[in-house]
Design a protein around this ligand. Structure first.
Ligand code: URA
Length: 216
């Protein structure tokens, strides 16, 4: 896991398999089907890394030989919260890893002119004592990511209960996120070069939603 001195709350998952799969996803001639498969695979690998610090407790179980205090994940079930619509491409992979997780949804779209997030749906599981994994493949301006964390924090979820998972981020967006939520950890596969005039990440991978769902 790599860090950038500019962004103390950003963690770059530089595992070779993650990096290899991301490179293939970036290629413009990768098909919708392959893009989706790679997103699922990369999310499994990233999910494995970001759940490393989940608190454990023990439960008494009985093996065929004897009783033992066996480690199990503490607290309530995880909550996975994709930011619609592209985040759904990541929540599917995370659910394979943690099948008993609860799933919330936060629907925001980016106003094409102001680039500000506009909310159209929020559905969440009960909030106390859960870890929330917010996911969205692209952190471009950072506005949707900040907004989604605001949604949780306004309802009383603490910084330490939230992690943000993305594939690719732009430094501009990470800066906005850090200023708004310096104590929320963000995990990405890549910190790219910059945003272009249309708020697309460069080099990026294009429009993640369109590439996942095969739309234009
Ligand atoms: N959203 C995307 O899907 N891609 C970008 O490059 C920026 C925002």
């Amino acid at each position: 896991m790599k860090q950038d001195p500019r962004f103390p709350n950003l963690f770059i998952l530089d595992h070779p398999l993650i990096q290899h799969k991301l490179s293939h996803m970036r290629e413009s001639d990768t098909s919708t089907r392959t893009f989706r498969e790679l997103l699922r695979e990369i999310t499994l690998l990233m999910g494995y890394e970001i759940t490393r610090d989940l608190p454990l407790t023990t439960r008494t179980i009985e093996t065929p030989l004897q009783k033992m205090e066996a480690p199990v994940i503490a607290g309530k079930k995880l909550a996975i919260v994709p930011i619609l619509r592209a985040g759904v491409g990541m929540s599917d992979g995370l659910l394979e890893l943690v099948p008993s997780a609860r799933v919330g949804h936060i629907g925001v779209f980016r106003d094409p002119e102001t680039h500000q997030p506009v909310e159209y749906l929020v559905r969440l599981p009960d909030l106390a004592e859960r870890t929330f994994i917010l996911c969205d493949p692209m952190v471009a301006t950072g506005n949707s990511a900040v907004y989604a964390v605001d949604v949780l924090k306004k309802r009383g979820v603490s910084d330490a209960q939230i992690v943000f998972l993305a594939l690719v981020a732009a430094p501009e967006g990470v800066e906005v996120f850090r200023n708004a939520h310096p104590n929320v950890k963000m995990y990405v596969a890549s910190l790219d070069s910059h945003l272009n005039d249309h708020a697309y990440i460069v080099p990026g991978l294009g429009d993640a939603g369109d590439r996942i769902f095969g739309t234009k």
